[in-house]
Every structure is written in C-alpha cells, then in structure tokens.
Design a protein around this ligand. Structure first.
Ligand code: GUN
Ligand code: FE
Length: 465
C-alpha cells in the first residue's frame, strides 16, 4: 500500500461494549496511513481518490482494528507458558528476576525481543505497552525492535531499587538517570508528540520494589516530560500484605498519587483487589485499570469486575493485557478469559459481597460477551491510551491500524486421505459474517490472520530476517 488503496469489503469494529458494527460491501480509502473516506457505493468515492489501486476482499475476508495489549513484560517472553506454579512474590524471586537479569546481554535482548515482536504481530497485536528489564541498553533494543517491526510500542525501562536480588537491583540515582536518558533518547528518535509510534513509559516495577525517593523522582520525570506511566496495583493478597507491611495504613493507588505518578496517562495492571475508593480515585484522575484475566486468575485467584466497574464508575478507563509471562495467553485468549472471568466474578460477587444488590446480576450490567471483549481489546484500549481519535475503530481521519482475517479458509486434503482445516473452527457455510467473527473470537486462532498494518504499513517479521 505505497501511496494508498481502496479496500472493498467488510469492516468489523466495536465502538461500544454492546454493539458489533459490521459494515459489509463498503469502500474504505486509506492514504498516508490514514482512513480518508468510508462509503457504501463506488460512486461516492471522492474524485481525488478514484485512481487509487483497489484491494478487493472476498466475502469472508474482513478487516478489524488491531488488538491493543496494555500490559506485557517483554523480558519474560521466553518463559511464556511455563513456571506459574507458585505465588507471585515467590515466582518473582525464583524465576522472573533471574530471567530478567539475563538482559544485561544485548545479544540475548535482540534474540528474545525480535521473537516477541513476531509473536505479537502473528497474533494480531498492533499496539503493545511493554515493560523492559532494568537495563537501559536492552530497553533501547526493545524500543528499536518495535520500530523495526512497525508496531505501536509504549516501552518502559523497569525501575527497582529495593527488595530485588543484588544481581538485578539498581541504585535510586542510577534508576532515575537511566529513566530520564531513555525518555530523552526516545523523544529524539521518534518525537515527543502523541502520534509518535514508539513512546517511553515511566515504569516503577511496583510499590514493594521502589523506595519513596525513587517513586517521587519518577513522578517528577513523568510530569517534566508529560510521559505515560505504567505499574502494577492491588494485584494479589501477597502483594497487598507486603505493601501494608512497608506502608502501614496505605495502599498502592494512593501511594502512586502522592508521588506524582497517578494521572490520565497512568496505566495500572491487574487491580484485582482494588477498593471501590481506589477505583473512584482512578476514575477521577483519568488513569486506567488493565485487566489481565488469565494472569489474574493464576496469581491472584481473582478477577476484575469489569461490567460492574463500568456501571459504577462510568468514566473509569479499562483495557486488557496479556501480562506475558504471568499469563499464558495471547490477546485472543485473554478476550475469552475475560468472558469466563465475568461469569465467575459475577457469581462470586453476588455470593460473597454484602454491598451488592440483585441489580448487579441483571443481563444489562453483567453479561460480558464476545462483543464486549472485542471492544475492550480495541476501542477501550485506545481510550485508555488517550488515542481513541486515532486507533481502536474505523472512522474517517483515524489511523489504519488493522488486521485482515479470513474467516473461511478452505479445508484441504492431507496425505493419507484425511481432511485438515486451516482454521480451528468448523464452518457450515450458512453463518452470517457476524456469527463467523464470533466463532473466531471464541474459538479461532492466528491461522485466520492474513495481514497486520500499523499506520498503513504492513508489519514486518524481524525474527525471520
Ligand atoms: N509485580 C511485580 N512484578 C511483576 C511481574 O513481573 N509480573 C506480575 N504479574 N506482577 C508483578
Ligand atoms: Fe505484570
């Protein structure tokens, strides 16, 4: 798509949690990475675009907004799918700090980060909010990998000046200095505007590994450079107890606030054990709850009551994350887990909490379905980043961050006479396109993904180069 193209086919997006928008047989003009026009008839295409080459999609090939993963630990990618047999705090000490400390080697960082990028684009993720390791050089490599792949990357050098083993801990001064250098380096390379495709994120690991001085210093840097901030909050019982022992009578969200780290560019992962007063504080300050459903169940044995939060705190921003490698899954897996966790959560809430009334289990404010999960992974994630006028759905003037799916890949004969399928789910041929898309969200996988673009450019598999 050098100068641009006119896609002719079906666009599917979810501007609200309740409505899947399926626009079939439309013409979508993209030039310079931006959607210039969407119209129903060829005759309606504006004159200046008529000479653009067409891209014809057949009936079951559809375009969806790229998936937005708001929480990934990049240096844990090699560990994905393994080693989740112990509680969070032990898991960090036994497996995760040793794995992350290996990123003092640049060649190791190159290897793991380029493979992570392939994994992300293969699974339809176009925007990733990433923790790096504590190392400045390796985190620059991570940002460069995002750039080379072409994805939208929000990248942080992780900061930890205490309760971290000697072989991995930083000094307070070193952590602050490297963070500021990383911010300046990113801004010089990719610009400091909101449209920059790679952006730095201030990244205190979580309250237990950060001194008050480090948190305050990071808060100052976030404000000086108007940066995004990412961290963890109210993740699990062991984390909560540790924070209580370090800061008696205080909790994560309020500590982020008093250290200048809580604002409308702050993204807090997990939030399973958030008190309602903390959710209210996050709503007021415009910060984001990132539910990482798979990881939350594994580590916290807990869930984030997303529909309940959205009815109680209508302005609270909520998105989804994989939490690689705390969870095993892709974004698609986490969309499904969000649906499942909602059922468990609603049931548990109603059974346990005394302050919940029966209205909490009406279909209207309770049922999460594939549409809602798709919305969380796209439009809602974009809103969390303050980029809902740029990405997450298809509107004129927005960027072309998109994934092409083929929802009906043909069956083919395999040796020995059996039939294999190029997709996981069975098609009977009489489903509507919305039903096929629902089957993909609930039971499909990456085999249906044909192409991935960010800003109109097809993403590149740098690991295979
Ligand atoms: N809290 C502090 N560090 C981590 C981490 O790496 N993963 C998760 N899930 N929680 C954390
Ligand atoms: Fe995490």
């Amino acid at each position: 798509m050098a100068a641009g193209t006119i896609f002719h086919g079906t666009l599917i997006d979810a501007p609200t949690p309740r409505a899947l928008r399926v626009r079939s047989n439309v013409y979508c003009v993209v030039t310079g990475g931006v959607i210039r026009q969407i119209c129903d008839h060829e005759d309606g295409i504006r004159h200046e675009f008529r000479q653009l080459p067409p891209t014809e999609l057949k009936g079951t090939q559809v375009l969806i907004p790229g998936l937005i993963d708001l929480h990934i630990h990049a240096p844990q990618f090699k560990q994905l799918g393994t080693k989740t047999d112990i509680p969070l705090m032990e898991w960090l000490q036994k497996y995760t700090f040793p794995a992350e400390s290996a990123f003092s080697s640049s060649s190791h960082a190159e290897l793991v980060y380029s493979k992570l990028m392939s994994h992300l684009i293969k699974n339809g993720t176009t925007t990733a909010v990433l923790y790096g390791s504590n190392h400045l050089e390796a985190t620059k490599i991570l940002a460069d990998c995002c750039d080379k792949t072409g994805i939208r990357g929000f990248v942080g050098k992780t900061c930890a000046d205490m309760l971290t083993p000697d072989y991995y801990v930083e000094t307070t001064e070193g952590s602050l200095k490297d963070t500021e250098e990383f911010v300046k380096w990113c801004f010089e390379k990719w610009g400091s505007g909101r449209e920059a495709r790679v952006q730095p994120v201030i990244t205190p690991r979580f309250i237990p590994t950060c001194s008050e001085k480090l948190l305050t210093g990071l808060g100052d840097i976030a404000q000086k450079y108007d940066c995004y901030v990412q961290s963890h909050a109210a993740e699990s019982v062991d984390e909560e107890l540790l924070v209580e022992s370090q800061h008696p009578g205080h909790r994560d969200v309020e500590i982020y606030r008093r250290t200048g780290l809580l604002g409308d560019k702050t993204i807090l992962a997990h939030c399973c054990r958030l008190k309602d007063a903390e959710a209210a504080m996050m709503e007021k300050t415009g910060s984001t709850v990132v539910s990482c459903p798979w990881s939350n169940i594994l580590f916290a044995r807990a869930t984030v009551p997303i529909p309940r939060y959205q009815s109680m705190f209508p302005a609270l921003k909520i998105g989804l994350g994989t939490d690689i490698a705390g969870g095993f899954g892709t974004m698609l897996d986490n969309m499904r887990t969000a649906i499942l966790q909602d059922r468990v959560d609603s049931f548990a809430t109603v059974n346990r909490a005394s302050d919940v009334t029966e209205t909490d289990v009406t279909a209207e404010n309770w049922i999460m379905d594939f549409k809602y999960a798709f919305h969380l992974a796209t439009a809602s994630g974009a809103k969390a980043l303050g980029l809902d006028d740029m990405i997450g759905k298809f509107e004129e003037g927005m960027n072309w961050d998109a994934v092409e799916l083929d929802l009906a890949m043909d069956e083919y004969e395999i040796g020995g006479g059996g039939v294999d399928r190029r997709q996981r789910f069975t098609r009977f041929g009489d489903e509507s396109i919305a039903e096929l898309f629902e089957k993909w969200v609930t039971t499909g996988d990456d085999r249906n993904i044909r192409a991935v673009w960010v800003n109109g450019k097809e993403c590149v598999d740098i690991a295979s180069q």
